[in-house]
Design a protein around this ligand. Structure first.
Ligand code: UGB
Length: 601
């Protein structure tokens, strides 16, 4: 068909001409005559136009980048050719000692100059959850969604400032998650945040590529196959939206990048910020001790080609790089069972001054890569269409020799426990010796961090025995939820809790300004104290014994039933209230709960 007949819109005609020059004739072959399927054609052209505008260099640039990267992939070009990996020189924050307190205090004093970026455009394909991951509850004692937990952390940070100001939250969504994220925020009144402090940036999907020649893949006539471009899009969006530059102008100094389901991240944020401030890091990656082979990138200092970079080597590239250079056996464990290269948890603390400079220089374009699954060893055909991807941690590659790129290593369960896998895959990962990263382990670690805080404050904590639920390990108690309004740092916990004990499958939930002095909570019992802003509650010498909450395993029938909420089916249990003692203080004032459990105001 004559190309002028495809559309009367000059801009669309120009785009078609460019695509034909880029050998994309198949996109427009076999078009029906005008009058047939016109709506589908218009939608197809609208898709092409939108993607052309959103990708730096347009669709033709995307196709050209794809051809280059696919040719390199086909030849097996080593992206790290000439580089030798060395261990980075991490700041060790795995012990809760005086230096940890020092960094937390520094970080806390810096809250008012910090903004957060939450990348939440991923579909969570490995988990197979039908909603957005931000809506999944991090715990099912009180059923708090991740987004509610993050918002509560930001509110708590604000309340620690001398002159409180809203902590900006930038959320990156995608076609897959945007509408549901907005709906969730609106349905819950922005989870207590001001609407103006939340900025939503939607990333576009990119077209899938059918072959080494860079032909765009069609799902059907007039429909492209579109796929996520990866979390690296956030840098381009922070640049093109002007938000990064604006935040810098407003006096913010650091951005903290976080993932969608890591309930532990704010445990580590104060100390990580403190490290960035004291050491003047332009880029600080939070990391954990990594088990060789697990799906977490390794942080390495790469030396070669006249450069030295501290960067993430993604999990599928680390082992081959090590085999080709320093370790013929690949990624082998040290005597403690850990890889020599700390695991990247994709929590980044970035100095805004250097970040905006780099965005100006690069327009936010960071390294793309392609990972095609070839049909056979000739590498001429793919099993299924592939696409170009980007990763937000690759930003580190753009920092120069005059900028400071560091790594801060934390205890794993303290700073990182995400929900990545469905129950079957999680059980298989556990059987293979790796972290399951499931709904149950994320919740178990969330309570575990609460227990750690109580122990640090000197409370005696008798843990319940680890158990397997659907062949996934978890520790069912004590279930300790210390809300951010109660404490954000270890020092705050120490100042509010003294003495006491908690045992087995007991539950403790503390919200607001609450102090516990010699409180004992028996195995299976539960104490919940909710103090509104302006209420100060002290609990003295109370011995708590009641039927508390019970963790109940789902039956096979419940696991299969659509009537069972999906957020329970991804863990294999629910938690039922059998008689928890709840104190709710809804008006400001000074209250004491005495040894008999009575409230004396
Ligand atoms: N995300 C987006 O916002 N947009 C996208 O297009 C894709 C994802 P995954 P991944 O934590 O253990 C990363 O898929 O990419 C968001 C690191 O690269 O859960 O496999 C998504 O919503 C790896 O080095 O993780 O691996 C989510 O919030 C390691 O640190 C976030 O990006 C690994 O995470 C991560 O997406 C890990």
């Amino acid at each position: 068909m004559n190309r002028e007949n495809l559309t009367h819109n000059p801009a669309e005609q120009a785009l078609i001409a460019k695509l034909l020059e880029a050998h994309q004739e198949h996109l427009f072959a076999d078009w029906d005559q005008p009058g047939t399927n016109d709506e589908a054609k218009a939608a197809f052209l609208a898709d092409l136009t939108r993607i052309d505008a959103s990708y730096p260099g347009g669709l033709v640039g995307y196709i050209s980048n794809a051809r280059t990267l696919l040719a390199e992939a086909r030849e097996g070009t080593n992206p790290f050719e000439g580089c030798v990996p060395h261990q980075p020189n991490p700041v060790d924050l795995t012990q809760f000692d005086a230096s940890y307190d020092h960094y937390e205090a520094l970080g806390k004093a810096h809250f008012f100059k910090t903004a957060f970026v939450l990348v939440a455009g991923g579909l969570g394909e490995r988990l197979g959850y039908s909603g957005i991951k931000l809506d999944i509850p991090v715990e099912v004692t009180e059923t708090t969604p991740y987004i509610a937990h993050y918002a509560a952390c930001l509110k708590a940070m604000e309340s620690r400032m001398d002159a409180p100001r809203p902590v900006p939250l930038i959320i990156m969504t995608s076609e897959d998650t945007n509408a549901k994220t907005l709906a969730s925020l609106e349905a819950h009144h922005w989870f207590g945040l001001q609407k103006e402090q939340v900025h939503i940036l939607k990333q576009e999907l990119v077209p899938a590529i059918a072959d080494n020649e860079g032909h765009l893949a069609l799902k059907e006539k007039y429909k492209l196959i579109l796929k996520p471009h990866g979390h690296g899009d956030i840098h381009m969006l922070l640049h093109t939206s002007g938000i990064a530059a604006r935040l810098k102008e407003q006096g913010f100094e650091h951005l903290v990048f976080i993932q969608d389901t890591n309930g532990q991240v704010f445990n580590a944020v104060p100390a990580a910020l403190g490290v960035s401030v004291e050491k003047g890091f332009d880029f600080n990656s939070l990391a954990v001790n990594r088990i060789p082979g697990e799906a977490v990138g390794g942080l390495a200092r790469l030396v070669g080609n006249g450069k030295e970079l501290v960067i993430n080597v993604e999990y599928n590239q680390l082992d081959p790089l090590l085999r080709a250079t320093v370790s013929p056996e690949g990624d082998v464990p040290n005597e403690r069972g850990f890889s020599l290269f700390p695991g990247n948890i994709n929590v980044l603390v970035v100095k805004l001054a250097s970040y905006t400079r780099i965005l100006e220089r690069t327009q936010g374009n960071i390294a793309e890569f392609v990972n095609p699954k070839y049909a056979d060893s000739t590498r001429t055909a793919f099993k299924k269409p592939t696409r170009l991807e980007t990763m937000m941690q690759d930003l580190a590659k753009l920092f120069g020799p005059n900028e400071r790129v560091g790594v801060s290593v934390f205890d794993r369960s303290w700073c990182f426990s995400a929900i990545k896998n469905n129950v079957a895959d999680a059980a298989a990962k556990h059987a293979a010796g790796g972290p399951p990263e499931s709904g149950a382990t994320a919740e178990s670690d969330f309570y575990g961090a609460g227990r750690t805080r109580l122990s640090v404050a000197g409370m005696t904590v008798h843990e319940a025995q680890e158990t397997l639920i659907l062949d996934i390990p978890m520790t069912p108690g004590p279930r300790v939820i210390l809300r951010p309004s109660f404490a954000l740092t270890l020092d705050e916990v120490r100042s509010k809790i003294s003495g006491g004990s908690i045992s087995g499958e007991a539950t403790l939930v503390l919200e607001g300004d609450v102090r516990l002095k010699n409180v004992e909570i028996a195995d299976g019992a539960a104490l919940v104290i909710q103090a509104c802003a302006g209420a100060e509650v002290t609990v003295r010498n109370l011995k708590v014994a009641n039927d508390g909450f019970e963790l109940v395993r789902l039956t096979d029938a419940e696991m299969k039933s659509e009537a069972t909420p999906e957020y329970l089916r991804i863990r294999g249990y629910r938690i039922e209230n059998r008689g928890a003692k709840v104190y709710a203080f809804t008006t400001p004032g000074v209250y004491v709960i005495d040894a008999s459990g009575a409230v004396v105001s």
